[in-house]
Ligand binder design. Structure first.
Ligand SMILES: C=C1C[C@]23C[C@@]1(O)CC[C@H]2[C@@]12CCC[C@@](C)(C(=O)O1)[C@H]2[C@@H]3C(=O)O
Ligand SMILES: O=C(O)CCC(=O)C(=O)O
Ligand SMILES: [Fe+2]
Length: 336
């Protein structure tokens, strides 16, 4: 059985596509980080907003199904994740990114690696760098945490392990509800070994927010992504016919979005929502859990009766390898 790390191993990155800018010593946005078309980054509030769904709502299955089919995303309240855990995970994330740069570089992601400190994996596809630093965790962060805090790593490890465990349970529950509403058989759900990755994101305070970009437009290589954002806005999703819509932070809510794999499995009924992150003068943090089936699980598109499959079947491992080479064009390689 392959792992997520193995799936990425064959696509090593150059160090200049891994090492973040030393944000602590940067007083102006360097040319390398200035994005063209900056007018497009100025937010407008004149648009519909992402649905907010209460997990205890008696109509929850239909509400989630409808949000996934129309927006490819929603905000979730009353999700059952202990609020203390959200708070602790955010404060551990802040503790990590507040470390001096030389300390964070001790746990730099290896060129062929998946976990550790570094910039977004999609960086090589863009001409400019993003105003972002990240830290990826798969399973236990013990080895990295021990290097960062030789005598004080237990709290970070406990919180991040518990966070992943609770989020996996929530992701399983949401997947069941989505499958029920899309009439995808429960058999598709027999994933003994689902994979999760936890991505901690930091968007340092930016001296010129309208000229920099936190994360470039992308879709997630997941079935579902569950995101917790700090109280600073920045996340935007692209809605066909509307444009970029800001996802305003709601205290203690989680943002759930459809990734490429659910888009494939649902035979394109659910859009794999394109999203990006704007930066602010204030430091912003977020924590994303990517929920995926096992790497070798064959995703067979489930078409509505009378409709033909739009994609050929594919494993996540193969899809990762296509996306590593072609990014947003990846779906066109499996289109029927
Ligand atoms: C599971 C994963 C999804 C991700 C690649 C990764 O192996 C871990 C980092 C993830 C992330 C986070 C920021 C945006 C993103 C596009 C990126 O470059 O790295 C996603 C990746 C993805 O969804 O493909
Ligand atoms: O920071 C955010 O709001 C979004 C992060 C994101 O898109 C990601 O980690 O894939
Ligand atoms: Fe994302």
């Amino acid at each position: 059985m392959s792992t997520l790390s193995e799936a990425y191993r064959d696509f090593p990155l150059h160090l200049h596509h891994i090492i973040p800018l030393d944000f602590n010593s940067t007083r102006a946005v360097p040319e390398s980080h200035i994005w063209p078309n900056s007018d497009d980054l100025i937010s407008s509030h004149d648009h519909p907003s992402l649905p907010v769904i209460d997990l205890n709502d008696p109509q929850v299955t239909q509400l989630i199904g409808h949000a996934c089919e129309t927006w490819g995303a929603f905000q979730l309240v009353n999700h059952g994740i202990p609020l203390n855990l959200l708070k602790d995970a955010e404060s551990e994330t802040r503790r990590l990114f507040s470390l001096p740069t030389r300390q964070k570089l001790k746990v730099l992601r290896a060129p062929g690696g998946t976990t550790g400190y570094g910039i977004a994996r999609i960086t090589p596809f863009f001409a400019k760098y993003m105003w972002h630093e990240g830290f990826t965790i798969i399973g236990s962060p013990f080895d990295h945490a021990k290097q960062l805090w030789p005598h004080d790593h237990a709290q970070f490890c406990d919180v991040m392990e518990n966070y992943q465990k609770k989020m996996r349970i929530l992701a399983e529950r949401l997947t069941k509800l989505i499958f029920e509403s899309l009439e995808i058989s429960e058999e598709e759900l027999i994933w003994v070994d689902s994979t999760t990755a936890l991505q901690l994101n930091s968007y340092p305070s930016c001296p010129d927010p309208n000229r920099a970009l936190g994360l470039a437009p992308h879709t997630d290589t997941s079935m579902l992504t569950i995101l917790h954002q700090s109280s600073i806005s920045g996340l935007q999703i692209f809605k066909e016919g509307v444009g970029w819509v800001s996802v305003m932070p709601i205290a203690d809510a989680l943002v759930v979005n459809v990734g490429d794999l659910l888009h494939i499995l649902s035979n394109a009924r659910c859009p794999n929502v394109l999203h990006r992150v704007l930066v602010r003068e204030r430091h912003r943090l977020s924590m994303a859990v990517f929920y995926c089936p096992p790497m070798d699980f064959n995703l067979v598109p489930v078409a509505k009766s009378g409709q033909a499959p739009k994609y050929r079947s594919v494993t996540e491992k193969e899809f990762i390898s296509i996306k590593a080479k072609h990014l947003e064009k990846a779906l066109s390689f499996i289109k029927l």
